[in-house]
Design a binder for this molecule. Structure first.
Ligand code: PLP
Length: 387
C-alpha cells in the first residue's frame, strides 16, 4: 500500500540532495573542525558555508548563527542562557501557555530555580494580544519568549508587534521558529527578535541539528560547557555532516519557499473545506488566515482523535492528533486547553500537516477515506444517540 505522509510538523524526510551533500563528511572529509591540518580546514570550510546558507534563510549574518543539536537545545539555550546572563537585572520571564514543551518545560524548570514566569493568555485562535505583553512587563522582566507559529494549530503570532514592545522596554525577545523557518519568509530584522530557534529536520534536513540565531550584541550565557567551539558559544565537536545537510536544506527551502507555500496553501484549503463539507460537526481550530501554509487542524465531534488516527494508519495515511512529542499521552493537549477548547473536544482533534511531496490525488484520497472512518466510528460511539 502506498503511504500518504501528512505529518510534516512532526518531521520531514531529508531531501536526496541533503543526504548526498552530507555523505562525504562521514567518510572522506571526516575531520574535526578544530584540527589545524587540512582535514580540519575542510570541515571548517563546510561549516562556514552552511552557516552562510542558514543565516541567509532568516536574513541574519553568518556569525549570528550558533549550531545546536536541534530546536529543543536552541530553546533551552535561549531561555536558560539569557535568564542566567541577566540575573542581576531581574528574574521575570514572559511566555505563552501554547509554547512547545521545549520552551514550556524549560520555563517551569526555571520557576523552581527562583525565576517568575508569566504565561500570557491567548484567544480562541491561539493569538497573543501584544497589548497584554505590555501590561505584564515589569522592571524585573529579562526575557519574552513567544513562538512564531504553533506546531499544533498553526497560528502565526504578531512577532514584529510584540518585539517592538520588548525593544521599547529594553527586554530581550526570543521566538521559537522551528515550525516556520523554511516554510514562510523570515527576516530577523523585520521580526525584530534577539534570539530565534530553528531545527533542520522540520525543513527537509537531518534530525539532531538546529541553530540558535543570536543577534549581535545580545548577551547570553553559554549553555553547553566544555570546548570553545562555535566561537566559544557552544561546546562540543560540531556535527559537521548534520550542519552541511542543514545548510543545503536551508538553501533549497529559500529557493522554493514562495512557490511551495502558495501550492501547499491551496492543498491545505482544499483539504480543510473538503472535510468540512463531507462530515458534519467538524470545526477548524486555529486562525483561518494567520496560519501556517501546511496546517489543517480539525475537531471531529463525537469521536476520539486517536481512534481516527489508528484507522487512518490502517489505510496508509499518517496524521497526528497534536504534537508528536506528547502523542503517547492521552491527556488533552495543553494548546487546545489554552485555546479554551473543552477537554472532551480537545481529544477529538486531528492534525494534517502537508509537505512538498503531497499531491492533489493524495488530498482527494484523504477526503474520500476520512468520512468513511468517521461514519464507522460514530456508528459505534456511545456519545451519539443511535435511532
Ligand atoms: N519547537 C517547536 C515549535 C517544535 O515543533 C519542535 C518539534 O516538534 C521543537 C521545538 C523541538 O525541535 P527538535 O525536535 O529539533 O528538538
Amino acid at each position: 500500500m502506498k503511504r500518504i505522509y501528512l505529518d510534516h510538523a512532526a518531521t520531514t524526510p531529508a531531501r536526496p540532495e541533503v543526504v548526498q551533500a552530507m555523505l562525504s563528511y562521514f567518510t572522506d572529509s571526516f575531520g574535526n573542525p578544530s584540527s589545524v591540518y587540512s582535514y580540519g580546514a575542510e570541515a571548517r570550510e563546510a561549516l562556514a558555508e552552511a552557516r552562510e546558507k542558514v543565516a541567509k534563510l532568516i536574513g541574519a549574518n553568518a556569525d549570528e548563527i550558533v549550531f545546536t543539536s536541534g530546536g529543543t537545545e536552541a530553546d533551552n539555550y535561549a531561555i536558560q542562557g539569557k535568564a542566567y546572563a541577566n540575573q542581576e537585572k531581574g528574574n521575570h520571564i514572559i511566555t505563552t501557555p501554547i509554547e512547545h514543551h521545549a520552551v514550556l518545560d524549560t520555563c517551569r524548570w526555571m520557576e523552581k530555580r527562583g525565576f517568575d514566569v508569566t504565561y500570557l493568555p491567548v484567544d480562541g485562535y491561539g493569538l497573543v494580544d501584544p497589548g497584554d505583553v505590555k501590561k505584564v512587563i515589569t522592571n524585573k522582566t529579562i526575557l519574552i519568549s513567544v513562538m512564531h507559529a504553533n506546531n499544533e494549530v498553526g497560528t502565526i503570532q504578531p512577532i514584529a508587534e510584540i518585539s517592538k514592545i520588548a525593544r521599547e522596554a529594553n527586554v530581550c525577545f526570543h521566538t521559537d521558529a522551528v515550525q516556520t523557518a523554511g516554510h514562510i519568509p523570515i527576516d530577523v530584522n523585520l521580526l525584530g527578535v534577539n534570539l530565534l530557534s530553528m531545527s533542520a529536520h522540520k525543513l527537509y534536513g537531518p534530525k539532531g541539528t538546529g541553530a540558535l540565531y543570536i543577534r549581535k550584541g545580545t548577551v547570553i550565557d553559554k549553555y553547553l560547557h566544555g570546548g570553545e567551539q562555535e566561537k566559544n558559544r557552544r561546546a562540543s565537536t560540531e556535527n559537521v555532516a548534520g550542519v552541511v545537510g542543514f545548510g543545503v536544506a536551508a538553501e533549497m527551502a529559500l529557493c522554493e519557499l514562495t512557490r511551495e507555500a502558495a501550492r501547499i496553501t491551496t492543498l491545505r484549503d482544499r483539504l480543510t473545506s473538503g472535510i468540512i463539507e463531507r462530515i458534519d460537526d467538524v470545526y477548524m481550530t486555529g486562525h483561518p488566515v494567520k496560519r501556517l501554509p501546511n496546517n489543517v487542524n480539525l475537531r471531529v465531534g463525537y469521536v476520539e482523535g486517536e481512534s481516527i488516527l489508528l484507522n487512518l494508519d490502517i489505510e496508509g495515511i499518517c496524521a497526528s492528533s497534536g504534537s508528536a512529542c506528547t502523542s503517547s499521552s492521552l491527556d488533552p493537549s495543553h494548546v487546545m486547553l489554552a485555546l479554551g477548547v473543552p477537554p472532551d473536544q480537545a481529544r477529538s482533534t486531528i492534525r494534517f500537516t502537508l509537505g512538498r511531496m503531497n499531491t492533489d490525488e493524495e488530498i482527494d484520497h484523504v477526503m474520500e477515506t476520512l468520512p468513511k472512518i468517521v461514519q464507522r466510528l460514530r456508528s459505534m460511539s456511545p456519545l451519539i444517540k443511535h435511532s
